[in-house]
Design a binder for this molecule. Structure first.
Ligand code: NAD
Ligand code: USQ
Length: 394
């Protein structure tokens, strides 16, 4: 397949580019280094050293493996860039990771909220228009998020729910209750992609992904220059990755609030499997498919306990702190999200275990001297302290 990867310099995009390239696909990546610039803005950095640019990464990959990964350094919000890419590369599959992915980043200021929604919504709209005019049979594999659904007090279905109302029945998009300006940008994307499928007959799969953890893939292990980024700071680091790093450097685990917040999680290896399964099994013309992409669900307290036990096995003394929650979110809630579509296509999940956490510890140990300690504690709040009511229900 000719696969165009939006956001190919990112945590997930770079391993995906190597994964498909190693399997003989023709891969072209696009990135404007938004993520690298955001880290400069916040004085943070990836724990793992990564090469200076996407062309440098692609060169190293070609030297070692003989495979070529194409690169465009450009902004997906810039229509001429997107138009040229589609004209020249003629993609059969577009894997769209190229968005601003952090909920805290979208709360830093009004400008950050506006930027997040502009960047994410416009990049996706450009992809839809490019598909309509230049690649109408291509398949858009779009990274959405489980956080689009929020935490409703009913089971979460995969994208659609059948509703009976006043004696009539319909299958409709599952209700969305995003918890951040970032998560809301993904809801807007989903609405727009669905519209493109209904009106223009486009093919798309929305992968509502849970929180990803892990540092290594089969390809990244081949050479230190193939490492993907690994972030642990309060803005870009995600729960389990942050806890693993905190355990290694002797920082108390930062459980936000009561720790009953439950989310879907998956290993980075399973992101690669899922994206491949979606890509090689495209939807029909006009079909907007939604897959919930995670393998297990955990409450934050459970993750902290797993990391603490893995720490004990590795000789690390791990303590757990309940820090005041900087977010506005339910801390005790019902959560049962369906996730069978990818399993039906053949997904073989890597489940979370203490052994797996210990292997992440080992990789973190290697780069421990690069940790920026004051980037760990949460500072970005969903609302100013003086506006927080005595009790928050969710
Ligand atoms: P990332 O920030 O590492 O990767 C996104 C890449 O896209 C970055 O390299 C960034 O520079 C690039 N990008 C952003 N806007 C761009 C634009 N306008 N033009 C060109 N390039 C642009 O993030 P990630 O963790 O790899 O996430 C990838 C995708 O998966 C995101 O859409 C994110 O919302 C989604 N996702 C991530 C997770 C997770 O836990 N990491 C979970 C669910 C969904
Ligand atoms: N949390 C803690 N302590 C921490 C960090 C987070 O308790 O140190 C809690 C948060 O309060 C939240 C949960 O862990 O309840 C998840 O937070 P997160 O920062 O790991 O993940 P989130 O902000 O939801 O965003 C991440 C990715 C995003 C993706 C999303 C998937 O950054 O790109 O869309 O996970 S999901 O959560 O399923 O929507």
């Amino acid at each position: 397949m000719r696969i165009l990867i939006f956001g190919g310099d990112g945590y997930l995009g770079w391993p995906t580019a190597m994964y498909f390239s190693a399997r003989g696909h023709e891969v072209h990546t696009v990135d404007n280094y938004l993520r690298r610039r955001a880290h400069q803005e916040l004085h943070t950095d990836s724990l793992t050293p990564i090469l200076d640019s996407l062309p440098a990464r692609a060169d190293a990959w070609r030297q070692v493996t003989g495979y070529r990964i194409g690169v465009t350094e450009g902004d997906l919000c810039d229509w001429p860039t997107v138009e040229r890419l589609f004209q020249e590369f003629q993609p059969e599959t577009i894997i769209h990771y190229g968005e601003q992915p952090s909920a805290p980043y979208s709360y830093i200021s009004r400008e950050h909220a506006v930027f997040t929604q502009q960047n994410n919504v416009i990049s996706t709209l450009n992809a839809l228009w490019a598909m309509r005019d230049l690649a109408p049979n291509a398949h858009l594999v779009k990274l959405g998020t489980m956080g689009e659904y929020g935490t409703p007090n009913i089971d979460i279905e995969e994208g659609y729910i059948t509703i009976q109302h006043n004696g009539r029945e319909d299958r409709l998009p599952f209700p969305k209750l995003p918890g951040s300006w970032y998560h809301a940008s993904k809801v807007h994307d989903s609405t727009n992609i669905h519209l493109g499928c209904r009106v223009w007959g486009l093919r798309a799969t929305d992968l509502n992904q849970g929180v990803v953890y892990g540092i290594e893939t089969d390809e990244s292990k081949l050479d230190p220059r193939f490492a993907t980024r690994f972030d642990y700071d309060e803005v870009f680091g995600t729960a389990l990755n942050r806890f693993c790093l905190q355990a290694v450097i002797g920082h108390p685990l930062t459980v936000y609030g009561a720790g009953g917040q439950t989310r879907g999680y998956l290993n980075i290896l399973d992101t690669l499997q899922c994206v491949e399964l979606a890509s090689v099994n495209p939807p029909a013309e006009g079909e907007f498919r939604v897959f919930n992409q995670f393998t297990e669900q955990f409450a934050i307290n459970e993750l902290a306990d797993i990391v603490q036990r893995a720490g004990a096995d590795s000789g690390l003394e791990v303590t757990i702190d309940h820090v005041p929650n900087p977010r506005v979110e339910a801390e005790h809630h019902y959560y049962n999200a369906k996730h069978s579509h990818l399993l039906d296509l053949g997904l073989k999940p890597h489940t979370l275990s203490e052994t797996l956490v210990e292997s992440v510890f080992a990789r973190i140990q290697e780069h421990k001297d690069r940790v920026i300690g004051d980037a760990i504690m949460p500072r970005t709040r969903w609302r100013p302290l003086d506006q927080v009511p005595q009790s928050i229900s969710g």
